[in-house]
Design a protein around this ligand. Structure first.
Ligand code: L34
Length: 292
């Protein structure tokens, strides 16, 4: 058997078209365009690509964007000062501080400083809390992107066993939280999963991953998930983005897993483009939430 390859780029384009219509309607009714301010600290080649993709996508759907660059050696205070300015700027609706930050800068201090209404990444504790309680203000971009891929590919989540590999604050934890809610952005069939979260201390990982109807992998280890770890017919979502000599690859060993999985997201053109699309959705929502 050979897995169906889920085209994230195509799904993201479809969502961007929907958002473009909503943005046009928003501008017609309320005047100003939504505006995203991206903050990029230092020179990380991957971050450069991701932020460029985000800004291009803004342009495509009619959202304005700004790029604020700080040097590698910027201090915590420099960064807090910039965020304070963006918080007070009524023309800025969303603030995105691209991660990772250079070593030495405490990420939490920075992320906590973003005004909760402008927190389009859904990293602020207030927004995380609302999400966990099932009354989200914004949905975290990558986990919501995964939900959209599943939904738009006709994959039911409710009642099924989802195994998430990775417990990061940006993917694993919010992903688990979203999928175990009673309702969500893609309706009750897109949530209500039986969720297991695995990590570096999980005993006998393959025996757990093999139980997954839906396997979501976000650990940042190239080609870590091999065919033996996957139940035949499972849906496998690869959130990994690893760069090595051969270029870009995911956390899933694509060549072997595609022979057992029922469907599989590639890297690139899998989850990445959805992360970008969901950021646009949050920026529009942020502009709506900040109408005077
Ligand atoms: N604050 N930091 C903040 N928010 C985020 O949501 C992110 N993330 C992750 C890294 N840091 C962040 C992203 O934006 C990962 N990420 C991201 C964004 C876009 C893409 C991948 C990851 C993307 O566009 N991927 C393309 C290919 C990119 C390439 O060629 O390198 C794809 O097709 O997968």
């Amino acid at each position: 058997m050979s897995a169906i390859i889920l085209d994230g780029k195509l799904i993201a384009a479809e969502i961007q078209n929907e958002i473009a219509e909503e943005v046009a309607e928003f501008i017609q009714n309320d005047g100003a365009a939504p505006c995203l301010a991206a903050v990029l600290v230092g020179e990380n080649p991957a971050s450069e690509v991701y932020v460029r993709n985000k800004q291009r996508a803004c342009g495509r759907v009619g959202i304005e964007s700004q790029l604020h660059r700080l040097a590698d050696d910027a201090s915590l205070d420099d960064l807090l000062t910039l965020i304070g300015k963006l918080n007070r700027d009524n023309n800025v609706h969303g603030i995105l501080v691209q991660l990772p930050l250079p070593r030495g800068i405490e990420e939490k201090r920075i992320l906590d400083a973003v005004h909760p209404l402008k927190d389009v990444d859904c990293f602020h504790p207030e927004n995380v809390g609302l999400m966990v309680q099932g009354r989200a203000r914004y949905l975290p971009c990558t986990p919501h992107g995964v939900q959209q891929i599943l939904h738009r590919s006709g994959i039911t989540v409710a009642g099924r066993r989802v195994v998430i590999v990775g417990r990061s604050d940006i993917v694993g934890k919010p992903m688990a939280n979203l999928l175990l809610q009673r309702d969500g952005a893609t309706g009750p069939d897109g949530v209500n999963a039986t969720v297991t979260v695995c990590h570096s201390r999980t005993a006998d990982l393959p025996s757990v991953t093999r139980q997954a109807d839906i396997l979501i992998v976000a650990i940042g280890r190239a080609k870590f998930i091999t065919a033996e770890m996957v139940k035949p017919g499972a849906a496998v979502i690869d959130v990994g983005m690893n760069r090595d000599a051969d270029g870009l690859c995911g956390d899933v060993d694509f060549a072997s897993v595609r022979e057992v999985a029922g469907c599989l997201t590639p890297v690139p053109r899998g989850v990445g483009p959805l992360t970008v699309a969901m950021l646009l959705r949050n920026t529009l929502a942020a502009a709506m939430a900040q109408l005077p």
